[in-house]
Design a protein around this ligand. Structure first.
Ligand code: PGA
Ligand code: ZN
Length: 418
């Protein structure tokens, strides 16, 4: 097992190779967030300012090649749970900071891949079984703001959701054509068409409404129907603009909103645009904000908790008990092992909630989440825009899976149509 690698922001991350006695091997690379939740499992970074501004990962690599390898040597690669339990116990901390959640997750994913290879089945089939035939509807982040772009937008993600497509390949076409139409509209209006961390455009638009108008116009321009063919979704990532119980739109001009005012803003957007999902509309500690939004429109749209839950069963249980949302964003590196992530998904299923398998803003060409989304069968993935190869890699892998499944492949909207 080893080694060091770079992510889409040019910072080091881990690429782990797990080799089994029978000659099979699995490789996995670890992603990294920018708008991270306060309670996420923690990446171990060296803090040596002489290297990568302190973001080196030599310590995490040495844990993989030392203490972790020594512990796992001789264990069976399948089932996954004893492997992940051994990693959790070896670390011994709640946040996985001793070994590093980046070291632990890299090993957990690489071993799952090696086991799939040894079983002679694709990863989605190994993790999801023979019934794993549902392709996810993608949430494609076509306008970036917040911490993912140096522009005037406080909302982090404006996404398009091609849920009305007949299959995944067509969903990619709907998304790509809309993305290209948006490029043309922005260019004509004199806006920048440079992209942000997740491959969406990062223009200096004046308002949230302007971004929505442009996206809706782009959908129309392609000949598709806004709402029925391609809907909208947001991830404002509200923790990033929350301050002392208020919400401060500092990038777009110094506007400060109360929780109620922010809720009204969302409600106004819901009335004006075909929105199917809002993620992290409130800050990670503003449980009341989420609950109010659920009461106001939880029967109309998907309300997703990301920073609120950090894929942690403890927080998800709190959300289920208090009806805080009706869906969860699922990120493997927020919790740190494949088994714990699958437990988080199972809790969503048991509660009748939606779940969205997600990338991070700092990504690699690894496509584990594509297989994972099919394996989990929830019908949703968030993997960025239609540019930047680390984003496209996820869609390309899903195209491959759809082709492999042939007529067994299922593509169904998890949303009510508008
Ligand atoms: P992050 O953003 O990877 O920077 O945390 C993604 C998200 O908030 O969903
Ligand atoms: Zn988010």
């Amino acid at each position: 097992m080893h080694s060091k690698f770079s992510n889409s922001r040019g910072y080091p991350t881990l690429r782990v190779v797990a080799r089994l006695d029978n000659g099979h091997a699995g490789t996995a690379s670890v992603p990294s967030g920018a708008s991270t939740g306060r309670y996420e499992a923690l990446e171990l970074r060296d803090g040596d300012m002489a290297r990568y501004g302190g973001k080196g990962v030599l310590k995490a690599v040495s844990h993989v090649n030392g203490i972790i390898r020594d512990r796992l040597m001789g264990m069976a690669a399948c089932p996954q749970e004893p492997i992940d339990t051994a990693l959790i116990v070896l670390d011994g901390t709640e946040s996985k900071i001793k070994l590093g959640a980046n070291a632990i997750l890299g090993v957990s994913m690489a071993i799952a891949r090696a086991a799939a290879s040894a079983a002679g089945v694709p990863l989605y089939c190994y993790l999801g079984g023979v019934s794993a035939t549902r392709l996810p509807v993608p949430m494609m982040n076509v306008i970036n703001g917040g911490r993912h772009a140096q522009n005037s937008l406080d909302f982090q993600e404006f996404m398009i959701v091609p849920h009305g497509a007949p299959n995944f390949a067509e969903a990619v076409r709907y998304g790509a054509e809309t993305f290209h139409a948006l490029h043309e509209l922005l260019h004509k209006a004199g806006h920048s068409t440079a992209v942000g961390d997740e491959g969406g455009f990062a223009p200096n638009l004046r308002t949230i409404e302007e971004a929505c108008e442009l996206i809706v116009e782009a959908i129309r321009k392609t000949g598709l129907q806004p709402g029925t063919d391609v809907a909208l979704a947001f991830d404002p990532a509200a923790s990033t603009f929350a301050n002392d119980g208020k919400y401060v739109f500092a990038k777009s001009g110094d506007k400060t909103l109360s929780r109620d005012e922010l809720l009204s803003l969302y409600n106004g957007l819901l009335d004006a645009y075909p929105i199917v999902s809002i993620e992290d509309g409130f800050a990670e500690d503003d449980w009341d904000g989420f609950r109010l939004q659920m009461a106001a429109c939880g029967d109309r749209i998907q309300i997703v908790g990301d920073d609120l839950y950090v894929t942690n069963p403890r927080f998800i249980q709190k959300g289920i008990d208090s009806r805080a949302t009706n869906a969860v964003l699922i990120k493997l590196n927020q919790i740190g092992t494949v088994t714990e992530t699958m437990k988080a998904v199972q809790m969503c299923r048991d509660a009748g909630w939606g779940y969205v398998i997600s990338h991070r803003s700092g990504e690699t060409e690894d496509t584990f989440i594509s297989d994972f989304a099919v394996a989990m069968g929830g019908g949703q993935i968030k993997a960025g825009s239609l540019s930047r190869s680390e984003r496209l890699a996820k869609y390309n892998r899903l195209l491959e899976i759809e082709r492999e499944l042939g007529p067994a492949a299922v593509y169904e909207s998890p949303f009510l149509t508008h």
